[in-house]
Design a binder for this molecule. Structure first.
Ligand code: HGY
Ligand code: MN
Ligand code: MN
Length: 374
């Protein structure tokens, strides 16, 4: 909430009206000359992951802020209104893409009460703690007829631009994903008296499952497939107790919806086989499913032409990370600009982008945005 207050104060300093919707998304407005034209949105997300760097999400919001301020300072008017948007909970403390899902109208009262974080705090509780009325998130829906396009600048979070030594990337398509919270149940037992052959050791079930990931990706995935076990909890969690329960998350990605479908079935089959072999039980909650998405060709070519006009050495590429843009694609035409991530690192304090690349990306965003709104 402090970040939102800071952003709204910056918008006020620039005499740009701002508002916060029921999902905690912050908007800043630079009015166009035409009242009937559809609005062009620019932005990204305000939140990030634990032990993060400083650029994921925040850079796109600040570049959007600077674009609005610069156009306003220049005195040049655009026909269309341009709005900055800073989305809530993109990273998924409560499932993922909450703010942009609210903006496209796919949040339901169940979402608010069902989505919870790893500590069991529901989204509704967290919103109430911030003084928000959860149900007002249902009013955050944008009207597709009011929106002309959405542009997002984001760090690449991978090694491609850094290795190519190119300052900007133009995103063609964005990976899809599914995220499961899996529970593997065995029988807690004494570590000293229980023979190895008589154990129902939930942790060994997790170990077998993790070991199957390379085979499952080789047999069912593509070279863009990714699978990550990012969290695991061993319970009851005593050194001298055979684990009775393991809770883990798996995050699986690919740019093809069919491949994601195949991977989901393969992971389910692997869990069944391991459960049978080790006399375990398993179940899982599907925490998030986000479809792979193509950026709109009109926006991709507008950004590409602008990059050429600015003499920027750019690279057209896919995104291995998920972004609010792929949710906004359900509502309007979207485009994304990438800037390089040093050594491809992200979701880590080592996240870094050279200022010269940030300047190149921000100028590309500014000139593209000006064209989109004129
Ligand atoms: O997980 C992602 O791809 C994004 O950083 N939320
Ligand atoms: Mn992220
Ligand atoms: Mn991000």
């Amino acid at each position: 909430m402090e970040g939102r207050r800071w952003l709204r104060a910056r918008l006020a300093d620039a005499e740009l009206p701002s508002r916060m919707d029921g999902a905690g998304n912050v908007y800043g407005t630079l009015r166009g000359t035409s009242d009937s034209g559809r609005t062009v949105l620019v932005g990204s997300h305000l939140d990030t992951v634990p032990c993060a760097g400083a650029l994921d999400g925040g850079l796109g919001v600040l570049v959007g802020l600077e674009c609005l301020r610069r156009i306003k300072e220049s005195g040049q008017r655009t026909e269309r209104t341009i709005e900055l948007v800073a989305f809530s909970d993109e990273e998924g403390r409560f499932g993922g893409m909450f703010g942009s899902q609210a903006a496209v109208g796919s949040v339901t009262p169940e979402t608010l009460e069902y989505y919870s974080d790893l500590e069991g705090c529901t989204l509704a509780e967290a919103m109430r703690r911030c003084g928000l009325d959860p149900l007002r998130a249902l009013d955050a829906t944008l009207d597709p007829n009011d929106i002309d396009a959405y542009l997002e600048l984001h760090i690449e979070q991978g090694p491609v631009l850094d290795n190519l030594r190119k300052p900007v990337g133009i995103v063609e398509n964005i990976t899809g994903l599914f995220k499961w919270l899996i529970r593997i149940r065995g029988t807690a037992n004494h570590a000293g008296t229980t023979p190895m052959s008589m154990r129902q050791d939930a942790f060994m079930g997790l170990a077998d499952f993790a070991h199957e990931i390379p085979r499952i990706l080789e047999e069912n995935g593509s070279e863009l497939s990714r699978a990550t076990i990012g969290t695991a909890q061993i319970l009851p969690g005593a050194p001298n107790t055979v684990p009775g329960l393991v809770e883990l998350t798996i995050d699986v990605r690919d740019t093809s919806a069919e491949v994601l479908e195949d991977l989901g079935e393969a992971f389910h089959r692997a869990l069944s086989a391991i459960a049978r072999r080790r006399k375990l039980m398993f179940d899982y909650d599907v925490q998030s499913v986000i479809q792979p998405t193509a950026c709109h060709p009109d926006i991709v070519s507008l950004v590409e032409d602008t990059a050429s006009e600015l003499g920027l050495d750019y690279h057209r590429m896919p995104s291995g990370a998920a972004h609010d843009a792929q949710i906004m694609a359900q509502l309007t035409r979207v485009g994304m600009i990438f800037v390089p991530s040093k050594d491809g690192q992200s979701h880590s304090p080592a996240e870094w982008t050279a200022w010269s690349d940030i300047e190149a990306g921000a100028n590309l965003a500014l000139h593209s945005l000006f064209k989109m709104a004129s």
